[in-house]
Design a binder for this molecule. Structure first.
Ligand code: HEM
Length: 539
């Protein structure tokens, strides 16, 4: 009976597909189940083709998103975004798409970019949508900024940065045997330093000291693998996010995990020796540590109970802080200096303000070769300096760290910019475009004009400016970063003259956070205020 049923089935299938080499007679002598396979294969293929056809027709003509303009094939695939991400220039492409297609652009079947004020305000502020699951990052507690009020930590580490630059500025081709990644060469006998790297090292030292219990001493040692390893890890994460089905091809370098694990192990050992634990981010993470809790990149996310943290979770959060807390500020400081050097009259205005707030800067010659002859500003004064803060605001307007947009995901069908956006669509707020809208900022939108912030309509600052995001996902390091940028920027500008080659490669790339493609910002450096050595007499 069983055989009969199978044979009958076979007959139906073989009749439908009719491959000539599988005649009914010949099949009587073989096991019929195998003979189904070609027919089954064709049926599955037909189902698949029908599904693909439905998918294409639905997303191109039926879906509410089909009315939104965008590049060819974006209604059916995100492949163009995926192909552009590995270059780190997808933000530039998104910008050009807005120019071509308007305020609302479709870049994938369920991936929409918005650049108009009301839409961005709705996405980031009013609706408070969640991040897309694939990029959901740190969920650190809102109270954390209070940890960062210790300005002395900034001052100590910025002091070692300016001392380092000062010592490099004194090198001459004859005196120097030094060569590392922060110091490279001489130009007409004047030392050339890699400011990009020095600032990045200082930012990492600061995050090490404030968040993880000790500076990494990168400025001191002048070289460290951490920044490159973090960059490689960011690139890997971008590739895994872009090509999720090929995750296994992007092998993780264990260096970062080992570095962080060592840091955690040291802290646990240190805690055993003392009753007075250090209060910083690492300690907060460790206070919730549950060593037996199992979770890993491969285990489902819902095993995270929101209270305790496994080894993996601590490792991952630490990495997020290293990424979010250093590259962002370092990029902003570098871009501010680049803008100031390209606009010497703005640099002059900033120096005038610094000199009036810190009269010591007016002395062009310093009388002794004292250790503390370098200028180190008090943050209490810096935070009320109008021009300095306008320079920072203007830099963050022109170069927000979220160049490629801030992504969210709809949790229900929602109307944005008069389009019906179905549930589970990625909506990206193109803040870079909004920051460069002529209608909002005026015809000089692409120019570096700190003065525009003096009498800016508060509504524009509130609704058209999102350097730190908005809503419940607002950057928790916001105050920390502003403090760090004010101190580092004014110390650099107050102590040194920088000159850079006009043909320097300053192209920006973005892998999670933006950076200079070359990882170099080479500048000639000289002291601003000459040090008069003890044996020199007054003229
Ligand atoms: C110039 C410096 C910085 C800028 C421009 C910046 C910008 C941002 C932006 C735009 C977001 C929101 C991303 C989103 O909504 O998806 C964000 C999130 C975050 N930032 Fe910053 N950031 C800076 C510095 C820092 C620093 C110094 C820290 C830590 C010490 C930090 C920690 C974080 C964390 C933890 C989040 C994630 C918050 C969450 O997901 O709930 N950031 N940052």
């Amino acid at each position: 009976m069983h055989r009969l049923v199978l044979n009958n089935c076979y007959f139906v299938f073989s009749y439908l597909s009719l491959p000539p080499f599988l005649s009914f007679e010949s099949s009587i002598h073989v096991v019929p189940i195998f003979n189904f396979l070609p027919a089954l294969f064709f049926i599955l293929l037909a189902i698949l083709a029908a599904k693909i056809l439905y998918y294409v027709i639905y997303h191109t003509y039926i879906s509410p998103l089909s009315k939104i303009p965008g590049p060819a094939f974006s209604s059916v695939t995100e492949i163009l975004v995926s192909l552009k991400r590995p270059e780190g220039r997808v933000f530039e492409w998104f910008y050009s798409l807005h120019l071509k297609y308007g305020n609302v652009v479709r870049v994938g079947p369920k991936f929409i970019l918005f650049d108009d004020l009301e839409a961005i305000k709705f996405i980031l502020k009013d609706s408070d949508m969640p991040k897309t699951p694939s990029i959901a990052g740190i969920r650190a507690h809102y109270n954390l900024p209070t940890l960062f009020s210790a300005t002395y930590v900034f001052l100590k580490l910025v002091q070692s940065l300016i001392k380092k630059i000062d010592s490099l500025s004194k090198l001459s081709p004859k005196s120097s045997h030094l060569s590392n990644s922060t110091f490279n060469q001489f130009n007409d006998d004047k030392p050339v330093i890699n400011l990009y790297q020095l600032v990045q090292f200082c930012a990492l030292d600061i995050i090490g000291e404030t968040a993880f219990g000790g500076s990494f001493n990168m400025v001191e040692t002048g070289s460290h693998p951490l920044p490159m390893k973090i960059l490689d890890e960011m690139k890997r994460r971008v590739m895994c996010h872009t090509f999720p089905y090929f995750k296994m091809l992007f092998k993780k370098d264990p260096w970062c995990d080992e570095f962080i694990s060592k840091m955690i192990k040291n802290r646990i050992e240190q805690n055993l020796k003392t009753t007075k634990k250090r209060i910083d981010i690492l300690q907060i993470l460790l206070n919730n540590h549950s060593p037996l809790k199992q979770s890993s990149p491969n285990t489902p996310i819902d095993i995270t109970d929101g209270k305790t943290m496994s080894n993996f979770e601590i490792l991952d959060q630490t990495m997020e802080f290293l990424i979010g807390g250093s590259d962002t500020s370092a990029f902003t400081i570098n871009m501010a200096i680049i803008m100031l050097l390209q606009n010497p009259e703005k640099l002059k205005n900033l120096r005038i303000e610094l000199e009036s707030a810190f009269p010591i800067l007016r002395n062009r010659v310093i009388s002794s070769e004292h250790e503390d002859d370098l200028f180190l500003p008090s943050h209490d004064i810096l935070k009320s300096l109008k021009y300095l803060n306008a320079v920072i605001d203007e830099t963050l307007r022109l170069f927000p760290v979220t160049l490629g947009g801030i992504m969210r995901q709809t949790t229900k069908d929602t109307i944005i910019s008069n389009y019906l956006i179905p549930k589970d669509t990625i909506v990206s707020a193109s803040v870079w475009r909004l920051h460069r809208s002529k209608q909002i900022w005026g015809q000089d939108v692409d120019e570096f004009v700190p003065e525009r912030w003096f009498d800016l309509n508060p509504k524009i600052r509130n609704d058209a400016y999102y350097p730190f995001g908005s809503g419940s996902r607002l950057c928790i390091g916001n105050n920390f970063a502003m403090m760090e940028i004010r101190i580092m920027l004014s110390s650099l500008i107050g102590n040194f003259n920088f000159f850079f080659r006009k043909d320097a490669d300053l192209q920006i790339v973005q892998f999670i956070t933006p950076s200079l493609r070359s990882k170099k910002f080479e500048v000639e450096v000289t002291r601003l205020r000459e040090r008069k050595s003890n044996n020199t007499t007054n003229a």
